[in-house]
Design a binder for this molecule. Sequence first.
Ligand code: CAA
Length: 287
Amino acid sequence: MSEVKSIAVIGAGTMGCGIALTAATNSIKAYQIDVDKDQLDHAKTYHEKTLARNVQKERMTQEQADQAAGLISYHQDMDDAKDADWAIEAATENVELKKKIFQQMVETFGSNVVLATNTSSISITEIASAIGENAPRVIGMHFFNPVPVMKLVEVINGLATSEQTSQRTIELAKRMGKTPVPANDRAGFVSNRVLMPMINEAFYAWMEGVAEPEHIDEIMKLGCNFPMGPLRLADFIGLDVCHDIMMVLYNELGNQKYFPCPMLRQLVTAGRLGNKTRIGVFDYSTS
Ligand code: CAA
């Protein structure tokens, strides 16, 4: 199987942007795809800013930054990327939407192209069920935010994922400078099975008055060496995303302990989603 030279990244949200940039900085051409033009513009700005920052910090030369920028193209139509050697879906965490995208991916890309998903909690087997005999090409390739910085790719095989798909995913993750680690196809895999209940518990601690949010975070940072506290991290990930992942755990594992904390639910209902709305647990409107 020949080396992957180009990747179609479907979805230009935080994760999709990061995946496209990480591909390009590792000399892989990236087609950044999103139906929403504003998201594509936002992705381009993020790429330009991050590359400029890397040059300023002498992590790369201007020539390398220009080369990486030149490897990313922006498209509203998936068909523009039909010659890509690899496809990864990084759309919203909605199973029906993902199934539709996978059906479109099968129509668009060649039969040798791996169809990966960056889902953070939805079953790979379920996504693959939408494309029948193509299920052996489907795999979970779960990156972490911020993608250019975080070393891990959680690699999840669905029930039908072929050995070849799995091996090629491990190879590609390494070429992108990441460390692939396998996990099985159970709700939340490993990362979110462990991380999200901890974040949810931090909301309970806040709701029950155990400590103020900034103190909960400070205790976890200074006492447990977390780079950011659980509530700050929830804002960073997006409170809606945290809520949706808890609902996947709750629905799939059937245990009440995974039900999202009322405090988390209330903030999501109020549209306080964290960094992206400039207010979540904490207020970022002046920073
Ligand atoms: N894109 C690119 N690079 C970024 C970045 C971004 N969005 N954010 C930070 N960086 C880089 C910068 O290069 C920065 O270095 P310079 O300032 O020298 O340019 C470097 O990271 C450090 O950033 P900061 O100084 O701003 O802040 P920091 O030292 O606190 O690090 C952090 C920021 C890396 C995000 C760190 O706080 C951290 O590791 N936080 C935890 C992140 C985490 O847990 N992520 C996983 C979330 S869960 C997930 O993604 C999966 C899921 O399914 C929900």
